[in-house]
Ligand binder design. Structure first.
Ligand code: NAP
Length: 282
């Protein structure tokens, strides 16, 4: 019988804890979010992040920029936030418009304010097994859930499906740093079913509804479904939840699994960067 990993509950515990700690602070952490254009999904994500920041007692600012902003002007906005002593954390909502060089923009964030951990400075440290200022939110949330449910990682065979810079790649490094044996799959991978059947933990970050069915799952496996797919039936994950449920030992639902943890970890990262910056003020 599978245990449902209740990401919503764990995320609530994390945010309540941050809220409590923030209430004890004189000066409050401040998160800045930059959004370019009017992508409806991005607008929802940004609104949710801002609402959560307000809930835990942070200050926050959302900077909405037109879709046709030049790269130079966008960089200028980031430099202003980098210099602003009142801003502790900077998040650039992705995706950016096609004509903007995402790498150049993300790299412009001061690593000590890089709340997503996407700069090469922080990502490089993570990949090398050193401690970055903060870990990327979604992978950090996944590890938090595995730890919270006492699911062992050391020595486990883990399959990560998807190699994005925001989920697949960082979680694969973080798992290796925790002594897992990690296989990474992408759209060119052959024999995915075979690899999946021999894996003890499967983390799917693909973005295809019901992509993983019971044929991919061995008895007792742990399933972490990162996918968020908007369908006419509402939000669903990459994993065909009902078909795999009885075979798994632990499974994250969609919604209510990894998603709420991502935003909770964003709050956690903002808090950690604030503390770090405070500790550097002499
Ligand atoms: P992404 O950039 O959308 O890329 C998808 C990845 O899946 C790519 O690496 C792709 O391989 C791989 N893929 C596609 N078809 C495949 C196949 N048949 N077999 C194996 N791999 C395949 O990835 P992402 O940004 O990580 O997003 C993935 C999903 O997670 C989306 O649904 C997104 O909305 C969701 N997400 C959720 C959260 C959360 O908080 N819950 C956070 C971030 C993302 P190639 O590289 O070869 O193209």
């Amino acid at each position: 019988m599978a245990v449902i990993i209740d990401g919503k509950k764990v995320a609530n515990e994390v945010t309540e804890n941050i809220k409590q700690k923030t209430s004890e602070l004189k000066q409050k952490p401040k998160l800045a979010v930059i959004i370019v254009g009017e992508n409806p999904a991005s607008q929802i994500y940004v609104r949710n992040k801002q609402k959560k920041a307000e809930y835990v007692g942070f200050n926050s600012v959302v900077i909405s920029l037109p879709v046709d902003i030049s790269e130079e002007n966008l960089l200028e906005q980031i430099y202003i936030l980098n210099e602003d002593k009142n801003i502790n954390a900077i998040l650039i909502q992705l995706p950016l418009p096609e004509n903007i060089n995402k790498q150049r923009i993300l790299e412009a964030i001061d690593p000590i304010k890089d709340v997503d951990g996407f700069t090469s400075y922080n990502f490089g440290k993570l990949a090398l097994g050193y401690k970055p200022y903060v870990y990327p939110c979604t992978p950090k949330g996944i590890l938090y859930l595995l730890d919270e449910y006492n699911i062992p990682i050391d020595g486990k065979k883990v399959l990560v499906i998807g190699r994005s810079n925001i989920v697949g790649k960082p979680i694969s490094f973080m798992l290796q740093n925790r002594n897992a044996t990690v296989t990474m799959a992408n759209s060119h991978t052959k024999n995915l079913k075979e690899i999946s059947l021999s894996s003890e933990i499967i983390i799917s970050a693909v973005g295809k509804p019901n992509f993983i069915t019971s044929e991919y799952i061995s008895d007792g496996s742990v399933i972490i479904d990162v996918g968020i797919n908007r369908t006419t039936d509402g939000l669903i994950g990459d994993v065909d939840y009902n078909s795999v449920f009885d075979k798994t030992s632990y499974i994250t639902p969609v919604p209510g699994g990894v998603g709420p943890m991502t935003i909770a970890m964003l709050m956690q990262n903002t808090f950690e960067l604030f503390q770090l910056q405070q500790s550097l003020i002499i």
